[in-house]
Design a protein around this ligand. Structure first.
Ligand code: 5AD
Ligand code: SF4
Length: 470
């Protein structure tokens, strides 16, 4: 069962934060905290809460672990290389601990929701002081206070289906582009995926809490709201509402801003949702719809609950209703039992759809998932070859993809200085395509009207035309 953390519990945590702040204050100079977040936007959003709580405890934030008083690794478990990276970084902290035995080292996030990982930390990383799971995030003040008063290793990984903790302080990464979690957890159990095991069951935030957060972000100058969930398309099921209703409510809020969302599951991408997006002018014209494979047989093994034909049906409907929409996707190569024929179906699907871009992954077995115990006869070398072939095919498809924008005038959110040169500004089109253009820095944070003049493989170059959007 999902637990809503009560206002009383949150107040207790705030008291711990104050007590920790008082202890830190006795030390003289304010403590420095370093938070390193690995993985997806959901984790980045958790990182903002961690930083918010640390700031409440009086900590300044530092970009580096060197010389920090508190170091927290907010981890990702989605693929083995994500975990390897965390262990590598964690190993390197041994020296830091030797140099400064007072440093508090904490590990949280998706990795530590797995028993074998916690065991490994317990045995092989004795310099780690704190391990806390995704359901214990809001208790960070209590855990830090515990470290300040009694230096004992502490492991807090509550089980259960997951919690919702409202009202945590936030230190946002950006005031312009704001992430708002709308739901947590996942019920889909795709057979390759660790997320349902580490993030618990699907649970949605109340619509009024989301709207209140959106309003306050807009009032604070936010121009892009990124609605987050493992599967936003199934938002609100247990509350008697749904994602299209939420989109309509947010779209109706006053102000100049755009609405993005991630991640989507094609099985829940209904016609009603696509119609709603077509009608909501503030919603991004970009569909990131992870297909994973072009073979219905493999999709069945993955427990994706749609076929190749279903997916193509959704794509056709998007193209019919929103002809200027951009489409991107995720692909897994080398799922257990995938044959050369299956893989060729993936190649044919990506040719048929013509995705704007792809996120491609080689299958990584995750302990405890169904796929991890399926026979997997194809060698790593062969999977590597398929992977390279996929990149080549997508490279060909992507070449010239952005030419269609040349000559168009698009509404662009100006996000900052250009990546290639500080002389230029950069922003994103309604399709989430990067565009660089000349202009004054005072335009940062505003919507501008840009005429596209040139297209490269990953970005556009354009010119601001006179009439600015407000
Ligand atoms: N191996 C490889 N890729 C994976 N993904 C999720 N789990 C795995 C895994 N075990 C990919 C999927 C998903 C994206 C976020 O990560 O493509 O959409
Ligand atoms: Fe990684 Fe998934 Fe956790 Fe995000 S939810 S941090 S992708 S395991």
């Amino acid at each position: 069962m999902t637990t809503n953390i009560t206002a009383e519990e949150m107040a207790i945590q705030r008291e711990f934060a104050q007590k920790a702040a008082a202890l830190f204050a006795e030390r003289g100079s304010p403590p420095k905290a370093h938070v390193h977040t690995f993985g997806c936007q959901q984790n980045v959003s958790d990182g903002e809460k961690i930083k918010g709580m640390l700031a409440e405890m009086g900590c300044g934030l530092s970009d580096t672990p060197d010389g920090a008083d508190i170091i927290i690794f907010n981890t990702c478990a989605v693929r083995e290389n994500a975990e390897d990276r965390v262990f590598g970084n964690l190993g390197a902290l041994k020296h830091e601990k030797r140099r400064n035995p007072d440093v508090i080292i904490g590990v949280c996030g998706c990795m530590v929701q797995q028993e074998h990982i916690v065991e490994r930390i317990r045995r092989s990383f004795p310099h780690v002081d704190l391990v806390f799971g995704t359901n214990a995030l809001h208790t960070l003040p209590e855990l830090i206070y515990g470290q300040l008063t009694e230096r004992k290793r502490s492991f807090r990984i509550p089980g259960g289906d997951g919690v919702i903790a409202e009202g945590l302080p936030l230190r946002r990464e950006s005031a312009l582009k704001v992430s708002i979690p709308i739901m947590y957890g996942c019920n889909n159990f795709c057979t390759y995926c660790i997320v349902p095991y580490v993030r618990g069951r699907e649970r949605s935030r109340r619509m009024e809490d989301i709207i209140a957060e959106a309003k306050s972000a807009i009032a604070g100058g936010a121009k892009e709201l990124l609605l987050l969930g493992q599967n936003v398309n199934s938002y609100g099921k247990e509350l008697g509402t749904d994602f299209p209703s939420l989109l309509r409510e947010i779209n109706a809020l006053d102000g100049e801003f755009r609405i993005c969302y991630m991640s989507s599951h094609p099985k829940d991408a209904t016609r009603e949702l696509i119609d709603t997006i077509a009608e909501c002018e503030k919603v991004t014209r970009h569909f990131h719809l992870p297909v994973q494979s072009g073979s219905s047989r493999v999709l069945g093994l993955m427990n994706r609950r749609y076929t190749r034909e279903d997916y193509l049906g959704i794509v056709n409907y998007i193209r019919e209703r929103i002809p200027d929409a951009a489409l991107t996707s995720d692909i897994i190569v080398g799922f257990p039992g995938e044959t050369r024929e299956d893989f060729e179906e993936t190649l044919s699907l990506i040719r048929e759809v013509g995705f704007d871009s792809l996120y491609t992954f080689i299958y990584s077995p995750r302990k405890g998932t169904k796929a991890a115990s399926m026979p997997d006869p194809v060698s790593a070398e062969e999977k590597g070859e398929w992977f390279r072939e996929l990149l080549e095919v997508q490279g060909e498809i992507g070449r010239g993809m952005y030419e269609k924008y040349v000559g168009q005038t698009l509404r662009v959110l100006c996000e900052g200085e250009g990546r290639t040169s500080s002389e230029l500004l950069t922003g994103k089109t309604p399709q989430d395509v990067i565009v660089d253009f000349d202009g004054d820095r005072s335009l940062i944070g505003r919507f501008v009207s840009v005429k596209i003049e040139r297209a490269y493989q990953w970005a556009l170059v354009g010119k601001i035309i006179e009439n600015l959007f407000s």
